[in-house]
Write a protein that binds this ligand. Structure first.
Ligand SMILES: [Zn+2]
Length: 89
């Protein structure tokens, strides 16, 4: 069996300012609106079409065995965050 893949996203209500060019999607668990950054959209388009979008509050309620292993940020995600931090300064 393959491990489920989760894309963890910030709910729109918790973070009014998203990473540039983020799109709004729905959490697959609670259906709240979340920000999905372009790199995450890429991951779903190319590597993991089966990925499930979950918001941070839902992830924090999940069982550790369900979450499995966290993958480190990829280069594109790092670049987005760096850019985002720069804009906030
Ligand atoms: Zn949720």
């Amino acid at each position: 069996m393959t491990e489920p893949v989760f894309i963890v996203c910030n709910p729109v209500t918790l973070s009014p300012r998203a990473i540039k060019a983020s799109s709004v999607r729905e959490c697959s668990r609670c259906y709240c609106s979340v920000w999905v950054s372009p790199s995450s959209v890429n991951i779903m388009a190319n590597e993991h079409p089966e990925a499930e979008i979950v918001c941070i509050p839902c992830v924090s309620k999940m069982d550790e065995t369900e979450i499995g292993e966290m993958e480190p940020l990829n280069a594109e995600q790092f670049a987005e965050l760096r850019e985002h931090r720069k804009e906030r300064q």
